[in-house]
Design a protein. Structure first.
Length: 91
């Protein structure tokens, strides 16, 4: 069987005044509430913390998500998704 490679969507974050954030390259929304949003992206898990957080837009096909609220922290987990840079280097 021939394995198809899917093109990765670019992962970008646009933060506006710490009140609105647009993220591209989102593959899944793991969990969300008014204080924490956990996103799976093309380059790993992204944790967003804030107050009164709400997902105002999500486009599953393009992997784009817009989040509104008072944002105070963004962090990536140490775990890289399969097929990360190191795994590609050591094939």
């Amino acid at each position: 069987m021939e394995e198809k490679k899917t093109a990765r969507a670019p992962h970008n974050i646009i933060l506006q005044e710490r009140r609105s954030m647009t993220v591209t390259g989102v593959t899944d929304v793991d969990s969300f509430d008014e204080q924490t949003v956990v996103l799976n992206t093309e380059i790993g898990e992204l944790l967003v913390k804030g107050y009164d957080l709400r997902i105002s837009k999500i486009d599953v096909e393009s992997g784009e998500l817009t989040l509104d609220g008072e944002l105070y922290a963004l962090s990536y987990s140490d775990q890289q998704p399969k097929g990360g840079l190191l795994s590609r280097l050591f094939r």
